[in-house]
Design a protein around this ligand. Structure first.
Ligand SMILES: *[C@@H]1O[C@H](CO)[C@@H](O)[C@H](O)[C@H]1NC(C)=O
Ligand SMILES: *[C@@H]1O[C@H](CO)[C@@H](O)[C@H](O)[C@H]1NC(C)=O
Ligand SMILES: *[C@@H]1O[C@H](CO)[C@@H](O)[C@H](O)[C@H]1NC(C)=O
Ligand SMILES: *[C@@H]1O[C@H](CO)[C@@H](O)[C@H](O)[C@H]1NC(C)=O
Ligand SMILES: *[C@@H]1O[C@H](CO)[C@@H](O)[C@H](O)[C@H]1NC(C)=O
Length: 872
């Protein structure tokens, strides 16, 4: 956890000036403002919840206005992302942020982005430059948001390159998957190559996952010519995982990044689109709700932007004048993350002096580049010190070392070489391939129909997202935007590769023609929740190596059930589906648990050490029996089940892998769920199953209990008792009060102020949350282990930050078929604004928030009206 020591030095003064600042830093939403712009007038209307609707005289003026509004509502967010992507957080936060800067500096983002940006279309740069001008105009002429005052930093103007860099950085975080390679490597070694690691990471032929829900079925694969019976399994046959001597990090840099800036592994998004044949309006309906870290302010800015005949409404990203999701004048656009493997690690053979690396027996010089990290340091007269850093790269990409080893060396000034060096090069298609993402995004905003939209994606993207499209003509479609590397072996990317052999290099990218996609598929709908795109009957595993989370199984179940019933779909159905909190895996796990409890109750009661435990065990059994798999806020069974399941699952491998963070990581991947199911299935028939990796001791309230025989079975019972006692002690003696919404709360973190006691009450928000990480109403949580002080055990940190449901009939009959859009916080970044968090309620209601279109409606609903008038 990043503790901002130095802030506390100043906190007394801060409190005093805070109040005075509140009024002057709140942006002006109303009135007439003279701007230095040569482009023309802009009108910004905001209704009751403050969502901006921006109408300009022309494109330039409108984009300028959008930039101005983005700065009004999101400036601190921009600044955070800029500093994160450039490795300059330490300039604000001092030494505590140094490991994060060091990590991202090693990745050489700054330089690689500039190289990649060289092939960005001039129109893209031009469009972004108008937005940048608007942002910078606001910075020049208005007081900065409170965060800047409190932290004592200024806000430099934003350049076009910086804006692209931020997008590139976000792109990287979405692509991010190399931690899995490190995890596989470690687990394999920690378990001495046992079967368990192979079952957790099922890439070898005999351990391949059973077929799961795929977005494109075999019938469709045949139609598009990609079908190859058992393609991936055949490939897996002669595949041998490779293992390194790389020791796993003592601390996880990603945990640190997440704690500091709330950006980590993006783990969920849902989207589906249903053909007009099945809808009440006769036009397609698109539903999209990407899930990212819940932040304050929200990651997305929701707005309407309009000039001439152009009209976009939806979710905008920092500095971009195009929507990423939402609606243009012809298209509905949705996205989900693919999670395909586009980042590889290569273990390089580096010479003693660190200057060369080996390729096919030859020594090749390492590219080295000098850079600096500026660190805030009160002990220096200038207030800062400069740390020099040498960035090393091979032809695979930048070389990274374990950040904590490295940083430790750095800060303690240890003699070089006293700690291990690992020399892992990071290859990411976003750096190796062409930077087409920005152009593709722009192109999509101008496309007239789904076919044209697909044309935009022909330049392979580096975004690693599935793009859902639907148009006013009634077409539906989905195509991945991805540069997927071709490797010597389709599964090689799952493990750390030997960088010293050129045969392991990428051999290009899968061409667009061979990427699975669909327009108007026979199924009548397309759905995806970061699951397998295709069955395993393909040659390249784009998305086929991903497991299918139960979320996608649930959405297809809901859609198919309604299709079968003959009831036509409406937008309201989609809003309801988005908030569905039924967990299909939990239902399966629960079914097995009940069977085990029924079968072995006598045996377990006999083995439990005291009467108290025996009584609790009986109460547990009768309470959990009624769980229906629905994680709604009022479920008391959900609380007990979630605690039991997580504790039991994390206890696996406790004897082999002491690192809890790592075990939790394994639990949180869909493969982990499959593994747990596998264990339970086996336990049903054999109470002695797999005893070597189940925990051999457990602590229940300060007392240790040893588990000798039937370890998996007995620890299941001990964890049940533990869960019961935790809820009883910290929530209530009465199980009827163990409401899921009480122990499971959505945290909206402001970073860094959610972490500072006095500031937390101002900036931070929390609400009761439904759902689990396996439900459509997605809530991925952090878990507070042995929580004695609070009744919140589950800190939900991910959720749908933006929801949209677009019935394409809205173009002709907007009154009858309204469009729904909302974000989970509020329009404003200012904690004292009434629009800081005012959309949260409606965002989580089935009623949905209607987003109207056009200047007439904007005027009608206007509570605020800001005119930006050029003064030159
Ligand atoms: C791993 O397996 C090898 C060979 O079976 C054995 O010699 C070694 O002791 C095992 N190591 C551990 C840590 O279990
Ligand atoms: C919008 O206007 C531009 C320029 O006037 C024109 O080229 C384009 O075809 C128009 N688009 C639509 C959908 O009317
Ligand atoms: C790059 O290599 C040099 C040795 O040539 C080493 O001193 C330096 O720490 C390396 N840089 C990083 C970021 O690991
Ligand atoms: C929609 O219905 C029409 C007419 O029955 C049919 O020709 C078409 O294939 C259907 N399309 C889809 C995607 O179901
Ligand atoms: C939960 O219970 C409260 C109070 O009884 C009720 O108002 C609310 O509607 C319930 N929520 C759900 C989702 O059942």
């Amino acid at each position: 956890m990043l503790i901002l020591r130095w802030i506390l030095y100043f906190s007394v003064t801060i409190a005093a000036i805070l109040a005075a600042l509140v009024t002057i830093t709140n942006p002006k939403y109303h009135g007439k403002v003279k701007i230095r712009s040569k482009y023309g007038k802009v009108s910004i209307y905001r209704g009751n919840d403050g969502t901006p609707k921006i109408f300009g005289e022309n494109k330039e003026a409108t984009y300028f206005g959008l930039g101005y509004v983005q700065a009004q509502d999101r400036l601190w967010q921009f600044e955070k992302f800029r500093r994160l992507s450039r490795g300059s957080l330490s300039e604000v936060f001092g030494d505590e942020a140094f490991p994060i800067d060091y990590f991202f500096k090693q990745l050489n983002f700054d330089y690689l982005s500039q190289v990649a940006i060289k092939d960005v279309d001039p129109e893209v740069l031009e469009d972004i430059s108008y937005v940048a001008e608007g942002i910078n105009e606001y910075i020049k002429t208005n007081p900065l948001p409170l965060e800047f005052w409190v932290l004592g930093v200024d806000c430099a103007p934003f350049s076009t390159v910086e804006i692209l860099e931020i997008e590139k950085f976000i792109d990287f975080v979405v692509s991010y998957n190399h931690q899995m390679e490190l995890t596989r490597d470690y687990v394999f070694k920690a378990t001495n190559s046992s079967e368990i690691s192979r079952k957790y990471m099922p890439f070898e032929n005999q351990y391949f996952r059973k077929n799961q829900y795929a977005t494109f079925d075999d019938e469709h694969l045949k139609k598009i010519g990609l079908f190859e019976q058992d393609g991936l399994k055949k490939a897996a046959k002669n595949f041998k995982p490779r293992h390194t001597k790389y020791p796993f990090s003592k601390k996880d840099i990603y945990m640190e990044v997440k704690d500091t800036l709330g950006l980590m592994h993006f783990d969920g998004s849902n989207a589906w689109v249903i053909h007009g044949n099945y809808t009440e309006s006769g036009k397609p309906i698109l539903s999209t709700d990407p899930h990212l870290t819940s932040l304050l302010p929200c990651f997305w800015m929701m707005a309407e932007v309009s000039y001439g005949n152009v009209s976009r409404s939806g979710a905008f990203l920092t500095g971009f004048p195009w929507i990423l999701l939402g609606r243009t004048e012809s298209l509905g656009i949705g996205i989900t993350a693919i999670h395909a493997d586009v980042i590889d690690l290569y273990e390089e053979k580096v010479s003693e002096d660190g200057k060369y690396y080996e390729v096919d027996g030859e020594l090749v010089p390492i590219k080295q580049q000098k850079d600096y990290i500026k660190v805030r340091d009160p002990f220096y007269p200038s207030g800062y010190r400069l740390e020099e850093i040498l960035i090393n790269s091979t032809h695979h990409g930048p070389l990274i070392n374990d950040p904590y080893d490295e940083v430790y060396k750095f800060m303690k000034r240890l003699p070089f070489g006293s700690l291990s060096k690992h020399n892992l090069a990071v290859s990411w298609s976003g750096f190796q391939g062409k930077s087409t993402y920005f152009s593709n995004n722009r192109c999509l905003n101008y496309a007239k129909d789904v076919h044209q939209g697909f044309e935009c994606l022909k330049n392979l993207g580096t975004q690693v997202v599935n793009i859902f499209l639907t148009d006013t003509k009634g077409n539906i479609g989905m195509a991945p935007s991805i540069s997927y590397p071709i490797r010597k072996h389709p599964l090689a990317g799952a493990y750390i590769q030997d960088g010293s052999k050129s045969e392991n290099d990428w051999k290009g990218y899968v061409p667009f023609e061979e990427i699975p996609k669909a327009i108007n598929p026979a199924r009548g709908y397309i759905t995806n929740s970061n699951n397998m795109l295709t069955t395993q009957n393909v040659e390249y595993g784009i998305g086929a190596l991903m497991p299918s989370p139960p979320r996608v199984q649930r959405s297809s179940q809901l859609i198919e059930e309604q299709m079968k019933s003959g009831k036509k779909f409406t937008a309201k159905d989609m809003l309801r589906f988005q908030l569905d909190s039924v967990d299909l895996n939990a239902i399966e796990i629960h079914g097995l648990l009940i069977q085990i409890l029924d079968k072995y109750s006598e045996k377990l009661l006999h083995q439990l050490p005291n009467q108290e435990f025996k009584d609790i065990f009986i109460k547990f059994k009768s309470h959990i029996d009624k769980f229906d798999g629905d994680y709604h806020v009022n479920s008391t069974q959900a609380s007990l089940f979630a605690l039991w399941e997580l504790d039991y699952h994390i206890s696996f491998l406790q004897d082999q892998i002491p690192q809890r963070v790592l075990r939790e990581t394994m639990v949180n991947i869909p493969d982990g769920d499959l593994f747990l199911l596998d264990v339970l299935e086996n336990l049903v028939s054999d109470p002695g199953y797999y005893s070597e990796f189940c925990q051999s001791s457990i602590t229940i309230y300060d007392k240790d209990y040893e588990i000798k025989e039937n370890k998996c079975l007995l620890s299941l019972a001990y964890n049940a008792i533990h869960a019961w006692k935790m809820l009883e002690t910290t929530v209530s003696k009465d199980p009827q009060e163990w409401l899921w919404g009480r122990v499971h709360r959505q945290f909206y973190e402001h970073l860094p102020f959610s972490q500072i006691p006095g500031f937390k009450s101002i900036w931070h928000r929390e609400v009761p949350a439904a759902g689990s990480r396996r439900t459509l109403s997605f809530a991925c949580y952090d878990y507070f282990e042995n929580n004695m002080n609070s009744d919140v055990f589950f800190k939900a940190v991910f959720s749908a930050n933006f929801r949209a449901v677009i019935d394409m009939a809205m173009y002709d009959e907007p009154e009858k078929y309204p469009m729904y859009m909302s974000i989970d916080t509020g329009a404003s970044q200012h904690p004292f604004s009434e629009h800081y968090f005012d959309m949260n309620d409606i965002h989580y209601s089935e009623e949905g928030r209607i987003m109207t279109l056009g200047i007439e409606n904007a005027r009608k609903e206007a509570r605020y009206h800001l005119e930006l008038v050029p003064a030159i």
